[in-house]
Design a protein around this ligand. Structure first.
Ligand code: NAD
Ligand code: UDP
Length: 336
């Protein structure tokens, strides 16, 4: 199929491009470079045997996107393009709502202009908000606490209505904490000063950019007091999209209304201190840390129940946290 990846030069989109290309799909990327770099096009083409096509453009530009879909005879879309920092979204809500919600609406209009109606959407565990129970399944109440999470939930609702009232095929994937990198060591997460996730920060400490890792909170109700998350390898996340495409197009059980949302996580949690210990074991590099206050809105534990993805998509995570750390670090130390 000819698959359009909005935001396909980013961390998850780029890895999904590699996986799609490997199994013979033609990949077309549309990306504004707001959080990526043009050099990623060459890198992806170095890794992939089949050429990956890319146009630089903003999904808010419906006309240009319509033309791109038309001229490349796109069959289906995976929609990664979004701004993704919960913390930045608190100080810039309108920018997040415009890019993430208006961007999704613009994409829908460009697809309607071309009469294509199937889409896989990158959503997030942040739509659940503070966990009422762990692991969280897809029936967990939705109560996002920042504009980023709200922008994802509202986009989900718009897409669900297209499936309900307009016969669209929609699959929503709620990622937990993607980490790792492609084993080639040349494509991964190009972390910048805006990256405030744990792993990019840990890598920067290991590389000597910072003396200490700040651990935000040591009094959560977790075994060692530090926050627990469900870290999932990015190539496993990429595989979740492959399995979703197969389910959407080749499986008679696909029911657009009731089976369209899936968590992508491992089902197990790792604390910040455990992550530091694993990193030290894998790399042999000692990480110094100090405890600081909790970040605003941070929760103690956030773990996926991924059993629905196993049941419907035949998907589960395969890559160990150690392997993810190894691939992520090998990429980071050579490229960032
Ligand atoms: P990323 O920032 O690395 O990639 C997003 C890409 O989209 C970037 O290349 C950026 O330039 C592009 N983009 C953003 N707005 C655009 C626009 N208006 N027009 C065209 N391109 C645009 O992020 P990622 O980690 O690869 O995340 C991909 C998707 O997954 C996002 O929707 C994000 O919200 C979601 N997600 C990410 C995580 C995570 O921790 N990485 C977790 C849950 C969900
Ligand atoms: N964290 C930390 N120091 C950092 C970045 C993150 O202690 O520099 C902690 C954070 O408090 C949380 C976990 O690491 O418990 C994962 O944070 P991340 O921002 O990567 O993911 P999220 O909190 O959005 O799930």
């Amino acid at each position: 199929m000819n698959v359009l990846l909005t935001g396909g030069l980013g961390f998850i989109g780029g890895h999904t491009a590699i996986s799609l290309s490997r199994i013979g799909h033609s990949v077309y990327i549309y990306d504004s470079l707001i959080n990526s770099d043009k050099t990623s096009i060459e890198i992806l083409n170095q890794i992939c045997d089949n050429e990956i096509f890319c146009q630089i453009g903003d999904i808010l530009d419906t006309k240009s996107l319509t033309r791109f879909i038309e001229s490349n005879k796109i069959d289906t879309v995976i929609h990664f393009a979004a701004l993704k920092s919960p913390f930045e979204s608190i100080s810039n809500p309108s920018i997040y709502f415009n890019n993430n919600i208006s961007g999704t609406i613009s994409l829908i209009r460009a697809m309607e202009n071309n009469k294509i109606n199937s889409l896989i959407f990158s959503s997030s565990a942040s739509v659940y908000g503070p966990p009422e129970y762990n692991p969280m399944d897809e029936k967990h109440p939705e109560n996002p606490i920042n504009p980023y999470g709200k922008s994802k939930l509202l986009s989900e609702k718009i897409l669900k209505d297209l499936a309900k009232f307009q016969d669209w095929k929609i699959i929503i994937l709620r990622y937990f904490n993607p980490i790792g990198a492609h084993k080639s060591r040349i494509f991964g997460e190009f972390a910048n000063e805006k990256s405030n996730n744990l792993l990019p920060y840990l890598y920067r400490v290991a590389k000597g950019d910072f003396e200490f890792l700040s651990i935000y909170g040591n009094n959560f109700d977790t075994g060692d007091g530090t926050g627990i998350r469900d870290y999932i390898d990015v190539m496993d996340v990429a595989d979740g999209h492959i399995k979703s495409l197969e389910y959407m197009f080749n499986n008679d059980n696909y029911k657009k209304d009731n089976a369209s949302i899936f968590n992508l996580g491992t089902g197990t949690g790792v604390s910040v201190l455990e992550m530091i210990e694993l990193f030290e074991q894998v790399t042999g590099i000692e990480i110094k840390y100090k405890f600081e206050d909790r970040r605003q809105g941070d929760v103690g534990i956030c773990i996926a129940d991924p059993s629905k993805a196993m049941e419907y998509l035949n998907w589960k995570s395969k890559i160990t946290t150690e392997e993810s750390i190894n691939n992520g670090w090998n990429f980071f130390k050579n490229n960032c």
